[in-house]
Design a protein around this ligand. Sequence first.
Ligand code: 5RP
Length: 221
Amino acid sequence: MTQDELKTMVAKAALDYVPRKGILGVGSGSTVVKFIEQLGKSGIHIDGAVSSSVKTTHLLEKIGVEVLDPNDVEGYDVYIDGADEVDPNFNLIKGGGACLTREKILTSMASKFVCIVDKSKLVDTLGAFPLPVEVIPMGREQVIRQLRKVTGGDPVLRKGCITDNGCQIVDVRGLEITDPIALEDAINAIPGVVTVGLFARRGAEVVLYSEEDGVQVRKRA
Ligand code: 5RP
């Protein structure tokens, strides 16, 4: 089975978590693209959605879903999004698609984060995937120096990438993240950091992951 097929499989399984009333939060990335395709085919009606990227907004509108401004929404039940890495404690690395800030905002507004991945994203310890950090461009080099000190890793500017918020992404390579909450807090404290793609203070409540035999569900106790 290809990774593409595994992504489609988990995207289909996520339809069970779409609330039939109220609005849905929708993340970004290739697995979410599959989810939006499946949502379009399913005939499920949703009252509206909040979206984590310009691309997701466009795809949702194409299947007839009204996309709302998060400023007009107080909170909602379910956020569905992918991840770059998932550890056994529901901590995540996200931001491979550079949408981490909006994804974190939408996560903070949701009662339940349903994370959809194929099994290649499951790890024992986060950090093999370079950790994305969104930064204010005028402070970029200072943030890079601080990231080197704080993480002990190797921060590298993602070339040619400007986020939907007009910022840049620095990817920190060479990490083994044994205390995700402490690292999230330490990086958030660096002036010029907009968001770090570590979702540990608030990770997922449910992880759906696809493997050859089907889709497995992990739920936070
Ligand atoms: C985008 C993300 C994505 O969820 C993450 O990169 C996973 O993407 P994909 O489903 O393409 O593997 O965090 O910012």
